[in-house]
Design a protein around this ligand. Structure first.
Ligand SMILES: N[C@@H](CCC(=O)N[C@@H](CS)C(=O)NCC(=O)O)C(=O)O
Length: 207
């Protein structure tokens, strides 16, 4: 059976859990405690070379690190990953944009808020938001003109990009100004098999 190493609040791992659910793939979930340094052990380093979650271990024991790599591997041959090379390039463009421009400013601001450091680290959060807002604005501009990120339908790009955007408000981002993003998130969250990050969490910001 597939084995997923994740952590309770990891948005990158959440992407993989959404995809596994949408593909109906059973898996064993091993939730590490980041605060206890469980990703830093030698044993975990032997499985995940970057010592971060998510890591997926395939049925034959081979591990895959990096959420984007895991998503692409799992989605191969499914409608979530177009076969057409141009559409795939478009899709990967969104995955790279998410990792390069969007994920860190959203994720780190969120972690600081969740760890009660919003006041003490407000200058860091302001710097992160100064990076995060322009990326959100680019996403908003695209979504104001398109229903989906690629191919006019729900794909891996929507799944991957939406994860941290869904929880951006937890990092102090004011999301009310992003109407097209809000409507897109509602469409993404309504996809069959989509799962919440935490069972008791509201699906859509503000909901
Ligand atoms: N680019 C990586 C980022 C992975 C990442 O940042 N993982 C975080 C949790 S979301 C983690 O394991 N942090 C623990 C650490 O860095 O020690 C991916 O997309 O998988």
């Amino acid at each position: 059976m597939l084995r997923l190493y994740d952590s309770r609040l990891s948005g990158n791992s959440w992407k993989v859990r959404i995809l596994l659910s949408q593909l109906g793939r059973p898996y064993e979930r091993i939730t590490l405690d980041l605060a206890k340094g469980e990703t830093r052990t030698e044993a975990f380093g032997a499985i995940g070379r970057f010592q971060r979650v998510p890591v997926l271990v395939l049925e034959d024991g081979r591990p895959i690190a990096e959420s984007g790599a895991i998503l692409l591997h799992l989605a191969e041959g499914t409608p979530l990953l177009p076969a057409d090379p141009y559409l795939r390039a478009q899709l990967m463009g969104w995955l790279f944009f998410e990792q390069a421009d969007l994920q860190k400013p959203l994720a780190i601001a969120r972690v600081l808020h969740l760890h009660g450091q919003a006041q003490a680290r407000r200058e860091d959060i302001a710097r992160l938001q100064a990076e995060g807002y322009p990326a959100l604005e680019k996403l908003e501009r695209w979504l104001a003109r398109h229903g989906w990120l690629v191919d006019d339908r729900y794909t891996l790009a929507d799944l991957a990009v939406s994860a941290y955007v869904s929880v951006a408000h937890q990092g102090g981002y004011e999301m009310a100004r992003f109407g097209a993003i809000r409507d897109w998130l509602a469409r993404v969250h309504g996809q069959p098999g989509w799962v919440k990050l935490l069972p008791d969490e509201a699906a859509t910001p503000g909901a």
